[in-house]
Write a protein that binds this ligand. Structure first.
Ligand code: SAH
Length: 305
């Protein structure tokens, strides 16, 4: 697959009038924010950060008083800052150099706003790189930088790279001797996995986005012999509004589910009907108190150096 060099992507390769959601940055952000609102996405990450992450961070210290952290595809930084606070709790008074790789200027702006209103960040320096992960890789290679990182995280972003395995390999190579790489993606048991496997050829999964899950990542890591820990993070997404014809929020959620811009307006009617009925299958959703709840289970993988 060709490497993507710009963001958002400008050339599309779809035969029909369906366009990937990633081609419209502002609609992507709107539907992503609605997804965050209607799901327990960040809540389940918070549970992981509270209960699992401190134990994982215990081994990266080794007497250090300064840490290099790298966030790839950090979005607006909410999850990043929660993780930083755990690092600070574990290593009181340590200084943290926090590097961010994020192609969306709007999200970088949101991240900066969040930092400005978050207390206790005196010992943390932030450096935002407005670029994609592959641009960052080129940048590091061109400058022959040999900076290593104690903690690198890629949360919900590997869908957007052209070669996830090569991306993991590169970022893993930036780990220091005790460093750890955290990858969070949807789990192979989630509704996403079933939906994507069934409809990948009819939806906009092309060079800009792929339907990968933590199952694929585990298989890749097993093939390389890299050691890792895996954690399941149960999570839910309320998609009830998708079933109300003409509901604006429902339409934005459908765009997010199918990675398609204006799915309801541009998808062929038979595909739309198939997906709506597929979404009611038990692999995807359960019904609770009149609500239709999509299985948003995530997986967190902590890769050893
Ligand atoms: N980690 C955040 C945001 C996830 S959304 C969270 O979990 O809340 C995915 C993020 O990846 C977006 O902010 C998007 O701008 C970014 N992204 C998309 N393509 C990317 C690429 N090629 N390299 C790095 N980041 C990318």
């Amino acid at each position: 697959m060709p490497l993507r060099s710009s963001y958002p992507p400008s050339k599309l390769d779809m035969a029909s009038s369906m366009k990937t959601l990633l081609s419209d940055e502002s609609r992507y952000l709107k539907s992503f924010n609605l997804f965050l609102d209607r799901s327990t996405e960040h809540k389940c990450m918070q549970v992981f950060i509270d209960e699992i992450l401190p134990g994982e961070l215990a081994s990266i210290g080794d007497g250090k008083c300064s840490f290099n952290v790298l966030g790839v595809g950090s979005g607006a930084g909410a999850v990043d800052l929660q993780m930083l606070s755990k690092l600070q709790l574990k290593y009181p008074g340590a200084s943290v150099n926090n590097e961010i790789v994020e192609p969306s200027s709007e999200q970088i702006h949101n991240y900066k706003v969040l930092v400005a209103k978050t207390p206790n960040l005196e010992n943390v320096s932030f450096n935002w790189n407005k670029m994609t992960s592959s641009e960052y890789e080129n940048h590091v290679k061109e400058n022959k930088e040999n900076k290593t990182f104690d903690f690198i995280h890629m949360i919900q972003m590997l869908y957007y790279v052209s070669d996830p395995a090569a991306t993991i390999k590169f970022f893993h190579s930036l780990l220091g001797p005790k460093g750890k790489l955290l990858i969070i993606l949807v789990s192979g048991t989630s509704g996403w996995s079933h939906l994507w496997k069934t409809f990948k050829h009819q939806l906009c999964f092309n060079e800009f986005s792929q339907y990968i899950t933590t199952q694929d990542i585990k298989e890749y890591l097993d093939s390389t012999g890299l050691k890792y820990q895996h954690y399941d993070l149960p999570s839910y997404l309320d998609i009830t509004e998708c079933f109300t014809e003409g509901d604006e929020k429902g339409e934005l959620l459908m765009d997010f589910l199918t990675e398609t811009c204006e799915f309801n307006k541009t998808a062929p009617p038979d595909l739309k009907a198939k997906i709506m009925s597929f979404l009611r299958q038990p692999e995807c959703t359960t019904e609770k108190d009149g609500k239709i709840i999509f299985n948003n289970t995530l997986g967190a993988i902590m890769v050893e150096p």
